[in-house]
Design a binder for this molecule. Structure first.
Ligand code: KG4
Ligand code: ZN
Length: 344
């Protein structure tokens, strides 16, 4: 079955067609980056207006590039949580209209579960390397940093999370402070390639005991990267190049994730780690995890790491298979309880 997937949770207007839950026939991501760049961050009002302008054309392109017409779509999948409410509503309303007009099922999807599913997608001709459940999930994006245990596509237990900022948010804020580029994560990743990661030492959070063994924190690193380097620069006792700042910050950001992840791997005995979310595109994270002995790291191809419609269409196949569809009255929600860590 061919499923049309719609994703408008933030600043990407995205639509894709996926066959049988894994074969990606098209994946169109219309990015709004140039419209938000002057503000160094996503402006929710601009995001929802652009989605309203672009959603029809984006879905049209997804069908065209897949070489199919609206009549060939067997179901419509759409992100309805979590995200910017005004943006979610645009994609959700479009998907409802499509489902109603074509008389096909609607499947509303949790965007975070879809990020974890993204590694199972494959492009035409590429072999699938699906990880077998159970595995450890590493969900790293602009709004979330979660270490979880996945026992099925929809059966996820949160083991650890950030106690303050998300890792992607820390990349974005540090990049914004030093004017390194927008969006920050990809800009820091690029600069770091030519930098010395031992140029500056940043603190690791002291979260490695008891209830916090799998938790992470990024506000300390973010503030240190911002304040400590300002002091260095004012005293002129260090040559802080953008490349060195980027490389040193990125090294610590990855080390923080790694420590919590290795604790979770040790304690659960799970040795497969499946990553998802925008930060899963980070080259240092990918290289560091791939080089770990005794760990099998599975990453989606970079184009399926950030927000996209393919992961939404892909996971929806599994909901449909067990008869889960959504009513046309289904609503959007900015946050999801299921991805909060519960402390004893
Ligand atoms: O999953 P995503 O596209 O949107 C959210 O749901 O948040 O993730 C966006 C986040 C941003 O914080 C962005 O800076 C970060 O992913 N990001 C990266 C890289 N590419 C995107 N962070 C580090 N390295 C990258 N290469
Ligand atoms: Zn996302």
């Amino acid at each position: 079955m061919k499923i049309l997937g719609i994703e408008t949770s933030c600043d990407e207007c995205a639509a894709a067609v996926v066959e049988d839950g894994e074969k990606v026939l098209s994946n169109v991501v219309a990015t709004q980056i140039p419209f938000h760049a002057p503000y160094n961050g996503v402006v929710p009002e601009i995001a929802s207006r652009k989605h309203t302008e672009w959603i029809y054309e984006t879905a049209r392109r997804a069908l065209d590039e897949a070489g199919i017409g609206a009549k060939d779509v067997g179901a419509v999948a759409v992100t309805n949580r979590p995200g910017l409410l005004g943006s979610l509503i645009v994609g959700l309303s479009f998907a409802k209209a499509f489902a109603w007009a074509r008389g096909v099922p609607l499947v509303a999807v949790d965007h975070m579960k879809a990020h974890l599913y993204a590694s199972q997608l494959r492009k035409e001709g590429a072999p699938a390397v699906p990880a077998e459940y159970p595995f450890l999930g590493l969900l790293v994006s602009g709004g979330h940093t979660i270490i979880c245990r996945a026992d099925g596509f929809d059966d996820i237990t949160v083991l650890g999370a950030t106690i303050d900022d998300a890792v992607g948010e820390a990349f974005d804020k540090v990049a914004k402070h030093y004017g390194l580029g927008y969006p920050g994560g990809a800009a820091i990743d690029r600069l770091a390639r030519d930098g010395d990661s031992s140029a500056f030492r940043f603190p690791m959070p002291s979260l490695h005991k008891g209830d916090h063994r799998y938790d992470v924190s990024y506000s300390g690193l973010k503030n240190a990267a911002i304040n400590q380097l300002e002091t260095f620069r004012m005293r002129k006792d260090a040559q802080a190049t953008s490349q060195d700042i980027a490389a040193s910050f990125q090294k610590t950001a990855v080390d923080i994730l790694l420590r919590a992840l290795l604790n979770a791997a040790d304690d659960t005995g799970l040795s497969t780690v499946v990553a998802g979310g925008g930060v899963a595109a980070n080259s240092r994270l990918r290289e560091t995890l791939a080089a770990r002995p005794n760990l099998r790291a599975v990453f989606p191809p970079p184009e399926f790491c950030g927000d996209n419609g393919a992961m939404i269409a892909g996971i929806a196949r599994h909901y449909l298979a067990r008869g889960d569809t959504s009513p046309l009255s289904v609503t959007a929600s900015a946050r999801v309880e299921g991805f909060k860590k519960r402390y004893p």
